[in-house]
Write a new protein. Structure first.
Lengths: 334, 266
């Protein structure tokens, strides 16, 4: 056993990593509230929260920065948990919320609202959510045969996504003058997200993440393979079904709020897996904190990097996160 | 006493009938080997008996109770399966084995001292003491197979099913596995039901062999009753010469293609 592996196996090391991810999340949360078009001194953030003294920045903090950060945390956590569940359920490292049709469903539904009913912006989130859920369950229905067969889901998901993608493209061709207004949604952005979006996503986050936590032991059993899991008394089909449903609701609520944000659901779970291993008792909290931290930090960066132009968070994550992930992957392989 | 009983079980995959009206009775504390050519349905039979696969028709009884109506957890306390293919896990040997305690624990219950004793016993029986902190992914094929067997042992089953447990192993590791299984039956009276590819191993290590051909039971009996040239010709399509080792009453089988004429040397 090499020294590095000895270190990795030492008890408590993995727990320590989880704590580090949690700290990263807290730090990026503070940054996210602090920095933007106006930089707010830490002192004013403190007084706003404690309510001691009236701050000039109170309005920005409460109505813009805090809810936006909140959305970023919840979306990051939701997508990461959805991804980490789906990878385990599908036994496929490429499984992510896109695979089950959630994104294309939300995408087409969202585009219809943005292009055909631009005067009704407030229905965007609920319509996208409904679109995501309907498409996800259509994919399951198509893939169903005496249970959820992972390969069939993936293939059905890819086919449905291609089909809906052509619908999105057609909309963009016919209404090319209105495409500009949809970019934020298509790449995943957080601008102008506030308390209403928090209200949409929060219940799903709480319920979904709680159910995922309850499912930790079952997910670990699934990891041992279907036959062994069954031999140990696990109801494999039921675990697959229920955990896929949880992942669907988490992912659907996230994309309906933020738009088609790729990357988080795929790369965050993998990054966490490369660092802490496959045990869901550690992997799940690590993914939650890492997802929240990365999304919040990327959004903050997108706000300040080219100010006053705001770069959507999806662009930042792809540009910085993917190379970092490749670096991790290379290092692990060597 | 009969432990496991199958009553006219049939099963199909797509349109192919894999098991056709099989009746079977297995007694407690014996070693059974299921043998048959590829595609004869022996693995499917093992899966039906071990509650992995509900048959289309027919019933399986575990101590007179309908196996598929018992709760999965209750069954898991008494039946364990060593699957044919097991993924490489990123776990230590001891962590892997500790999963064997799952059926004996409630959802949020932690492992206690008694569980640890059982896990230690499983580790000792499979001679994994020196490797218990090692990552499963770093083990050799034979060690890894022993670790998965230890996982089944920690389950403390009354019946242990093994699906081709010796495939892909070196001969010495094959024998290790079969010796562990024998020891388990002798010391703890565990019933063993395994699918074996190697017919010589089946002849030496089984109390009874169950011969499966095209979804039917061709026959069931002691190796001496079942292992004869006619059976080899009918079921495996080979010519077999069977010798008996007089010292310990074990069979030795030499197999050849049917067409070749073999001169018997006796």
């Amino acid at each position: 056993m090499s020294k590095k592996e000895a270190l990795r196996d030492r008890a408590g090391w993995k727990g320590f990593i989880v704590v580090i991810f949690a700290v990263l999340m807290v730090i990026s949360t503070i940054f996210s509230i602090q920095f933007g078009s106006a930089n707010i001194p830490l002192k004013d953030i403190w007084t706003t929260f404690t309510g001691d003294i009236q701050s000039d920045f109170q309005n920005i903090i409460w109505n813009i920065r805090v809810p936006r950060t909140f959305v970023a945390i919840l979306v990051g956590a939701n997508l990461a948990v959805a991804g980490v569940l789906l990878q385990g359920i599908m036994k496929n490292p490429l499984a992510d919320p896109y695979i089950i049709g959630v994104s294309s469903g939300a995408g087409l539904a969202g585009m219809i609202v943005l292009i055909l009913y631009p005067h009704l912006p407030h229905i965007l989130t609920p319509v996208a959510f409904i679109g995501a859920t309907i498409v996800a369950f259509t994919v399951y229905a198509l893939a169903w045969e005496k249970g959820i067969a992972p390969t069939r889901i993936i293939l059905a998901g890819v086919a449905i996504s291609a089909f809906l993608g052509s619908g999105i493209s057609a909309l963009m061709v016919f209404y090319s003058d209105r495409v500009q207004g949809t970019i934020d949604f298509m790449v995943g952005g957080l601008s102008a997200r506030s308390w209403p979006q928090v209200e949409v996503i929060l219940p799903y986050s709480i319920v979904g993440i709680l159910l995922a936590i309850i499912g930790i032991r079952k997910m670990n059993l699934l990891m041992l393979g279907d036959r062994t899991a069954k031999s140990l008394g696990a109801r494999v089909e039921w675990i697959r079904f229920s955990m896929t449903a949880v992942a669907t609701l988490l992912a659907a609520s996230a994309v309906s709020v933020i738009g088609l944000l790729g990357f988080v659901g795929l790369i965050v779970p993998h990054t966490a897996r490369l660092i802490v291993g496959n045990d869901y008792r550690v992997l799940l909290p690590a993914s939650i904190f890492l997802g929240a931290a990365i999304l919040t930090a990327s959004d903050t960066l997108g706000r300040i990097m080219f100010a006053p132009i705001e770069v959507p968070v999806g662009v930042i994550m792809g540009a910085l996160g993917a190379p970092f992930f490749l670096y991790l992957l290379r290092r692990k392989m060597v | 006493m009969s432990a496991l009983e199958a009553a006219s079980i049939s099963h199909s995959f797509s349109d192919k009938r894999v098991l056709k009206q099989i009746d079977l009775e297995l007694k407690e504390g014996r070693i059974y080997s299921i043998i048959g050519p590829n595609g004869s349905g022996k693995s499917t039979l093992l899966h039906v008996l071990s509650r992995q696969l509900k048959p289309d028709h027919g019933q399986v009884y575990w101590k007179q109770a309908d196996l598929y109506r018992l709760s999965p957890k209750k069954v898991a306390q008494e039946l364990a399966l060593l699957a044919q293919v097991n993924d490489v896990m990123d776990l230590t040997v001891e962590q892997l084995i500790s999963y064997g305690r799952t059926p004996h624990k409630s959802m949020f219950q932690r492992l206690d001292e008694e569980d640890q004793i059982i896990i230690d016993e499983a580790i000792q029986l499979t001679k994994l003491d020196a490797l218990r902190k090692r990552n499963v992914s770093q083990l050799s094929g034979g060690e890894r197979q022993r670790a998965w067997i230890a996982l089944c042992l920690a389950q403390q089953p009354k019946v242990l099913f093994l699906d081709e447990p010796t495939t892909y192993l070196d001969i010495s590791h094959q024998l290790d596995v079969l010796e562990i299984v024998t020891q388990l039956q002798k010391t703890q009276n565990v019933t063993i039901v395994m699918v074996l590819h190697d017919l010589n191993h089946a002849a030496v290590y089984s109390d009874e062999v169950i011969v499966v051909k095209e979804g039917h039971i061709y026959g069931q009996g002691t190796p001496k009753e079942m292992m004869n040239p006619d059976m080899f010709k009918d079921v495996f399509n080979v010519q077999a010469d069977i010798y008996e080792d007089k010292d310990n009453e074990l069979l030795r089988i030499v197999m050849m293609p049917l067409k070749v004429r073999v001169q018997k040397v006796r």
